[in-house]
Design a protein around this ligand. Structure first.
Ligand code: DUC
Ligand code: ZN
Ligand code: ZN
Length: 504
């Protein structure tokens, strides 16, 4: 038997597609070799190419693979009770089925643990060999000890970890303002991007006590315990703390509130390096979803909570006008029907109808992020690619390897959507998703398109009509990240120089 591999000029060609990047929509054929985008050529010109495989996109849009830089997997109880219902294996399987080829997940540092490097090492063990898509890590800082701060330089220089997340709420994670300042100062010195969860934890705890004293403990009161003003206040404070440390760059994560959005926009207009993220839950859910019959509202308990219809519109506007650099899923899954680790851990003899204070905060969404927003028709396609792929790749130091279609440079990470003639009207159901979570908050929603193929480094890892998930959990690679390249963020800091307390 002849076992010699037949060699081809290209490994994969995608022909008759309409390529969408953050800057352009144009028909090109794409040739892929050795896992990279090799060539873009006039449409149809590669349909007879010498390639191991040719996919005819049939006129469909082809976008860079999704880059989702806000994903929680295999995390312990940090947001109330419970622990993640998705592992690296199941969460990244879900990612590729929804067109996402790279995630950045969190390496959580426990409050009792002084080291960030330990948190990173522990998380590498969970992810290695268990990832269907490429991945990086942010460190979630629970304890900004001297040791932790001193390790930030190593994370950037040796480990390819160039961002951290800090919290202004949650008992297990909340930092005081002085701790936030210490983190920002070190982040400035080491060129780390600081992601901030901006909600005033002390105020929401007080409001929660007030609600509980009136026995208002059902899931819907999660929303009353975290009104928009808490987010606006904390966002304003985060921006003030950043400006105090000589305008150190920060990213406000999962922004839900128009007041916070306006404050961010003002800071950006003033030239401050303030970046912002929003998520599908603030575009597609409202607080009414927390008011579902019985305990069902717990399925939509996340923080900040979904707001009202007018807020949704303001968030869409913020995406369109560039206030938000990135649209992430904040995939933070907990099973619903699970009294050990899921949403129902808060149902006890004392609180048979549940107690919102103890509901694990977070919802799944890594697989639905791209189809929901692509199908919405509310963003130009170039903007869709910008906020869901190119923007996150730039913000988190992955560009142009990720988030682009640059020949010779970019990994061949792609999504081929369905062409108009074959567009499936998909009704989202949990049964069709690939996570290990027992529900989706988007059950029953109609979406007009879905990734037909997902390609990761030149390999077809998702073929919706022929086998579904074709990738393997050993194929995803850890990606070392560089500094952020969005908006000359660190060049500006270089020009401004270091923080000088005497100059305040
Ligand atoms: N913040 C997150 O980023 N994810 C889930 C819970 C939370 O509050
Ligand atoms: Zn958060
Ligand atoms: Zn999150």
């Amino acid at each position: 038997m002849n076992t010699e591999a037949v060699s081809h000029e290209f490994d994969l060609v995608i022909t008759n597609g309409v390529c969408v990047t953050a800057g352009d929509v144009a028909p090109y054929d794409i040739a892929i070799k050795d896992g990279k985008i090799h060539l873009l050529a006039p449409s149809g010109s590669l349909s007879g190419a010498d390639a191991a495989r040719i996919i005819d996109a049939e006129g469909a849009y082809v976008t860079p693979g999704g880059v989702d830089c806000h994903v929680h997997l295999e995390e312990p109880a940090l947001f109330g009770r419970g622990s993640s219902s998705d592992t690296y294996e199941t969460g990244t399987r879900s990612a590729i089925a929804g067109g996402c080829t790279t995630i950045v997940a969190f390496a959580p540092q426990n409050k009792a643990e002084p080291s960030l490097l330990k948190a990173l090492a522990d998380t590498h063990i969970k992810a290695r060999g268990n990832s269907y898509c490429d991945y990086g890590f942010h460190i979630m800082v629970g304890n900004p000890s001297e040791q932790a701060l001193s390790e930030m330089k190593m994370l950037v220089e040796n480990e390819g970890v160039t961002s951290i997340k800090i919290y202004m709420t949650y008992t297990a994670l909340q930092l005081r303002d002085d701790q936030i300042l210490s983190v920002l100062l070190k982040a400035r010195q080491t060129r780390m991007l600081t992601m901030i969860h901006a909600e005033n934890g002390d105020v929401l705890n007080w409001l929660t006590d007030q609600l509980e004293s009136q026995n208002l403990v059902a899931p819907e009161f999660h929303s009353s315990s975290r009104p928009p003003i808490l987010e606006t206040e904390a966002t304003n404070r985060a921006i003030a703390l950043s400006s105090l440390i000589s305008n150190t760059p920060i990213l406000l994560v999962h922004v839900s509130d128009p007041g916070a959005t306006l404050r961010i926009r003002q800071a950006q207009t003033n030239g401050q390096p303030i970046f912002a993220e929003t998520c599908p839950q603030y575009l597609f859910l409202t607080r009414d979803d927390l008011n579902a019959p019985g305990f069902e509202g717990a399925k939509c308990v996340c923080s900040p909570p979904p707001r009202d219809k007018a807020s949704q519109d303001a968030i869409w506007t913020g995406l369109s006008n560039g206030t938000f650099a990135v649209l992430s899923s904040d995939h933070c899954p907990f099973n619903y029907d699970d009294a050990e680790q899921g949403k129902k851990t808060c149902i006890t003899a004392e609180h048979p109808a549940g107690r919102f204070r103890e509901i694990p905060n977070g919802i799944p969404g890594v697989e639905t992020r791209l189809p929901l927003v692509f199908s919405s028709g509310r963003l130009p396609l170039t903007k869709f690619v910008e906020v869901s792929s190119t923007g996150p790749a730039k913000l988190y130091g992955l560009y142009p390897r990720k988030g682009a279609l640059l020949p010779g440079v970019s990994d061949a990470d792609l999504v081929v959507w369905y062409p108009e003639a074959r567009r499936p009207d998909t009704i989202v159901s949990n049964a069709m998703l690939h996570h290990a979570t027992d529900y989706t908050p988007y059950e029953g929603r109609k979406v007009a398109n879905w990734p037909r193929y997902t390609v990761l480094r030149g390999k077809v890892v998702w073929d919706r009509d022929n086998g579904g998930v074709l990738g393997q959990k050993s194929f995803g690679q850890f990606v070392k990240r560089g500094p952020s390249s969005l908006g000359r963020v660190w060049e500006t800091v270089d020009e401004q120089g270091e923080f000088d307390v005497a100059g305040l």
